[in-house]
Design a protein around this ligand. Structure first.
Ligand SMILES: Nc1ncnc2c1ncn2[C@@H]1O[C@H](COP(=O)(O)OP(=O)(O)OP(=O)(O)O)[C@@H](O)[C@H]1O
Ligand SMILES: [Mg+2]
Length: 253
């Protein structure tokens, strides 16, 4: 049976052991990083952990977390030659919708909202990656999110070559052409994975430089075992919950 708090991602039946834990206010936790760094793996894992403790949470993803977002995702993926500005405006449209439809109502109910990609993806990909003015993106992000910023942003950082080889599964799915690694997969529409390696390096630098600007960031070396990364994420999330009124005892295993 699907849990009504899950959007787009299905983990089967997770029955909370305890009665729900109350958090003082809704908390927004975002997962960021390039392709294949482990965002979805870790976001899903955190969601399951929080459910286990009885913390009222939801998980969603950008841009596909709403009906409109899903359509926009398909357009973006299938559009051959989209300009960075058009792409940004489409992502912001999806963001505005997911905010209104899913994130803001859940935050109002004091839930923990886990989002797989958010405002910083646009800054790193369309800004640092494609050269769109960062200030323009910041303004659009503020409009789309109604100035709501994450309480915690987890950046999974790793050399893009390692991350991309994880996504491809086999490195021979890549063809090397003029220093451009193209992912050849059946979908053949995964535009970002098909971008030059240089692009992914710029995206990584974008994330690392943005993460220095605000205290909400927690940067993790993603080139380690998934379980070890999960532990780090759970620890920092517990600290955030305790700061927001959750008793430490309720978060013990
Ligand atoms: N720490 C890790 N070590 C090795 N492999 C990993 C690790 N974390 C995730 N993976 C594997 O790497 C692949 C990509 O992981 P995942 O889908 O979580 O990444 P992602 O950041 O969500 O990717 P995308 O940007 O494509 O959505 C998966 O096959 C996953 O099982
Ligand atoms: Mg993912």
């Amino acid at each position: 049976m699907k849990n009504s708090n899950q959007h787009s991602l299905d983990f089967g039946d997770i029955a909370p052991k305890l009665e729900k834990i109350n958090v003082k206010k809704g908390l927004l936790i975002t997962f960021e990083g390039g392709e294949g760094v482990g965002k979805s793996t870790q976001a899903n894992n955190l969601y399951q952990q929080l459910e286990k403790y009885g913390v009222d949470s939801i998980i969603t993803q950008e841009p596909g977390g709403s009906l409109l977002g899903n359509s926009i995702r398909k357009w973006i993926k299938s559009s051959g030659n989209i300009s960075p500005l058009s792409e940004t405006l489409l992502f912001e449209a999806a963001r505005s919708q997911i905010m209104t439809e899913i994130i803001m109502p859940a935050l109002k109910q004091n839930k923990v909202v886990i989002v797989d990609r958010f405002i910083d993806s646009t800054i790193s990909y369309q800004g640092f990656g494609h050269g769109l003015d960062i200030e323009v993106i910041n303004k659009l992000n503020k409009i789309a999110t109604k100035n709501i910023t994450p309480d915690l942003t987890i950046l999974l950082d790793i050399d893009p070559e390692i991350a991309l080889s994880r996504v491809s599964n086999q490195t021979d799915l890549f063809t090397e052409e003029k220093n451009i690694k193209k992912r050849v997969d059946s979908e053949n529409q995964r535009r970002f994975e098909q971008s030059p390696l240089e692009f992914h390096k710029k995206v990584r630098e974008g994330y690392l430089s943005t993460s220095k600007n605000e205290k909400r960031w927690y940067v993790i070396n993603a080139n380690q075992k998934s379980d070890d990364i999960s532990k780090l994420i759970l620890d920092i999330t517990k600290k955030l919950l305790i700061k927001n009124g959750v008793s430490e005892i309720r978060l013990e295993d």
